[in-house]
Design a protein around this ligand. Structure first.
Ligand code: SF4
Ligand code: SF4
Length: 201
């Protein structure tokens, strides 16, 4: 009984007009051509697959990659360390007057979120975000990266310290010589001038 109703429904479907028939054909052709235009454009373009790591896309200037430090300019003010919202910067030095002996300057890249907030407060403009991003290791400790390019004191700092020490030594020697000359003069004055006394007699 129900089969008969379905058959009856199909049989009474509205016939498609000739205009609609050709419009459907037109729509099918135009939409296919529109789609194939895009396909064709890419089909004749040079492939853009980048064979990383042998090839690499250009990195934008403002890319926020792994930091680099201009160590000679750094004054160990800790402004970057204080600005870091997740405390992943730490540094260790020994001060020799104005000169710095570097032990470590590390950033823990297990925590760093590359926000760049450590860069802006630097008064010496010496910490920057670089373009290096590939950082792979099986050892977690290697992600606590030391940014120092040398340990200890810089060559210039050693020269400055040596010059300052020499200057200090020369100053102390001059002071000592002056004190000795003064003491000798006072001693001579107290004991009289034997040459002057001899010529009078
Ligand atoms: S980029 Fe952000 S999270 Fe990373 S060290 Fe600098 S301040 Fe800290
Ligand atoms: S803010 Fe700049 S100068 Fe100060 S410790 Fe950090 S890197 Fe060095």
């Amino acid at each position: 009984m129900s089969d008969q109703r379905i058959v009856g429904k199909v049989a009474t479907r509205e016939p498609v007009s000739v205009g609609d028939y050709f419009k459907n054909i037109w729509d099918a052709v135009t939409t296919t051509v529109a789609g194939m235009k895009i396909t064709g454009r890419y089909f004749f373009q040079k492939p853009i697959t980048v064979q990383y790591p042998d090839e690499q896309l250009p990195i934008p200037d403002r890319y926020r990659g792994i930091h680099y430090l201009e160590q000679d300019k750094c004054i160990e003010c800790h402004a970057c360390e204080r600005a870091c919202p997740i405390d992943c910067i730490s540094m260790e030095t020994v001060r020799h007057g104005k000169e710095l002996e570097w032990i470590s300057f590390t950033i823990d890249y297990q925590k760093c979120m590359f926000c760049e907030l450590c860069v802006y407060p630097c008064p010496a403009d010496c910490i920057h975000m670089g373009t290096e991003f590939a950082f792979v290791s099986e050892d977690r400790s290697e992600f606590n990266l030391d940014l120092l390019s040398y340990k200890g004191m810089s060559r210039d700092a050693r020269i400055r310290m040596k010059e300052a020490a020499e200057k200090k030594a020369a100053k102390e020697a001059a002071k000592k010589a002056k004190a000795e000359a003064k003491a000798k003069a006072e001693a001579e004055k107290a004991g009289g001038d034997p040459q002057a006394e001899g010529s009078d007699g």
